[in-house]
Unconditional design. Structure first.
Length: 206
């Protein structure tokens, strides 16, 4: 179980929330600027909270009380960034395989995500939707213990989303790990998530 209890003073409000994720998919929804991405950045170790108690099972990722702070690279988290974070000098294939630990997922998803024909191309030669699918597969093949996803389907058109949702939903649930998805899309949250929480100005409202 991923347990998150964090506080951080932002420019316009204080981020202050607590939640747990079992081996399930949790979606966080809220307006732009409500603190959604900051939550992911704190959990991943990219941003330091003012106060934090974050653990995954028996592993403490961050504890201000115990003075523990694992750097991002040691947290065993998969983080799919909204801006993709692809290496421009590497081909699609090399981007995906950069930190690959799970060959089976790689082979299974090349066709599901329609990427097999793009392997030799470079990020500058593919569309935003294609970059997003590459980033998604690159995150999954690291075999993370927790999966964090920031607007994972925002660059895809409605038709492609409809085709990808069923297989993707089956896949992330089969990982049997905590999955946290940030999304503004109600349909996406309702289709993919086991539970949904809403935040406003850094606090959980429902």
């Amino acid at each position: 179980m991923l347990s998150v209890d964090i506080e951080k003073q932002l420019e316009l409000f204080k981020l202050d929330l607590k939640f747990d994720i079992e081996k399930e998919v949790l979606a966080i929804q809220g307006a732009s600027g409500s603190g959604k991405t900051t939550i992911l950045n704190i959990i991943s170790g990219l941003v330091k909270a003012d106060r934090a108690e974050i653990s995954n099972g028996d592993t403490i990722l961050e504890s201000t009380e115990k003075n523990i702070y694992l750097p991002s690279r040691k947290r065993d988290l998969g983080y799919m960034f909204q801006n993709y974070g692809l290496f421009p000098h590497l081909s699609v294939e090399k981007n995906i395989k950069f930190a690959m630990k799970d060959r089976e997922i790689y082979e299974d998803l090349l066709d599901v995500l329609r990427l097999r024909d793009l392997l030799k191309r470079y990020p500058s030669d593919i569309s935003g939707g294609e970059k997003q699918r590459v980033a998604l597969l690159r995150t999954l093949v690291t075999k993370p213990k927790v999966l964090l996803m920031d607007e994972p389907f925002s660059a895809l058109d409605a038709e492609l989303k409809e085709k990808l949702y069923p297989s993707f939903s089956e896949l992330i649930k089969s990982l049997n790990i905590p999955v946290l998805i940030i999304t503004h899309d109600n349909d996406e949250a309702n289709f993919l998530a086991d539970n949904i929480i809403h935040i406003d100005k850094g606090k959980i409202t429902a």
